[in-house]
Structure formats: structure tokens, C-alpha cells
Design a protein around this ligand. Structure first.
Ligand code: SF4
Ligand code: SF4
Length: 148
């Protein structure tokens, strides 16, 4: 895993019910040096999987720089699926999906996986990108109710 540097985007994007923190709301525990309760941070913070941190993508694609943060989709979306791996892309600044780095990132991901796009100000995906031959089936699958 690489260093997040000055980025703290996930501490705003994440919904953390345990803290009463809503989606797209800055966490009250976020301080100058990062998470103020790192050792005891709740499960959603521990389980957050940032695609940029786990990749060798360009520094310019770091979420605070590109305006796009991509999360490995939650367990429901990938449960039982092999092949296409869904991810969720959040547009954290208006127009970031269409920016040079945002567009480059989304197109690269969509060549090999399903990408659910959550536009700036929204909480749910309104658009999907992905390999054409698998896109329709996977969108229907992701939108389906939780499978237990
Ligand atoms: S969004 Fe990714 S790069 Fe930014 S602080 Fe969170 S884990 Fe690090
Ligand atoms: S508890 Fe810590 S890791 Fe979790 S959102 Fe708040 S600052 Fe970020």
C-alpha cells in the first residue's frame, strides 16, 4: 500500500453509522495528522478499500488531486462473482469525471471492470461503465437486492 500523503477524501466520503457520520460529511475525528482515533476507528473505516492506494496509478490520480475516488465495491456486489470486479467511483468535485485525469482513470478501469459512477452531490450511482459484453448483466446484478 502506498502513502496517502495529504489526501483525506475517504474521511469525508465514507458513511460511518457508528459515529453518526453521514456520507459526504467531514469526520469530526479527522485532525491535522489524520485520524484522531486510528487505533479504535470503526469497521467501515477499517474496511474501506481505496483503489488508488492499492495501485501504481499516477500521483495525479490521487483522489484529492483528481477529484475522483474509487472504492472496491462492497461485499454484496462482488459476492459469488468471478471475472468482472465492480468498483464505485465518486465525483468529489463538480466536473471531475470529465477532467483529463478523471476521464483517463474511468476509461482505464472500465476496460476490465464494472464501474458504478456516483456524480458530485449524489449518493447513488447514476451511470455504469465497463466491458461492453458484460456491462448489462453486471449492472442488473449489482442493482439486485442483497443476496444472503
Ligand atoms: S481516499 Fe484513498 S488516498 Fe485518499 S486518504 Fe483515503 S485511502 Fe488514502
Ligand atoms: S474515524 Fe478516522 S478513519 Fe474513520 S472517517 Fe473518521 S477520521 Fe477517517
Amino acid at each position: 500500500m502506498r502513502d496517502c500523503g495529504e489526501c483525506n477524501v475517504c474521511c469525508t466520503i465514507l458513511e460511518v453509522k457508528e459515529l453518526g457520520k453521514k456520507f459526504n460529511q467531514r469526520c469530526p475525528h479527522l485532525c491535522e495528522r489524520g485520524c484522531g482515533i486510528y487505533e479504535t476507528r470503526p469497521a467501515p473505516c477499517r474496511e474501506w478499500f481505496c483503489v488508488w492506494v492499492a495501485s501504481d496509478a499516477p500521483d495525479a490520480e490521487r483522489p484529492d488531486r483528481s477529484g475522483v475516488v474509487v472504492e472496491q465495491a462492497h461485499a454484496r456486489a462482488s459476492q459469488g462473482r468471478a471475472g468482472v470486479m465492480p468498483v464505485v467511483a465518486y465525483e468529489i468535485r463538480p466536473g471531475a469525471f470529465a477532467s483529463y485525469w478523471g476521464d483517463k482513470l474511468l476509461k482505464r478501469l472500465a476496460r476490465k471492470m464494472l464501474v458504478a459512477l456516483v456524480p458530485h452531490g449524489a449518493e447513488q450511482p447514476s451511470r455504469f461503465m465497463g466491458p461492453p459484453d458484460q456491462l448489462r448483466a453486471d449492472v442488473e446484478w449489482v442493482r439486485a437486492p442483497t443476496r444472503e
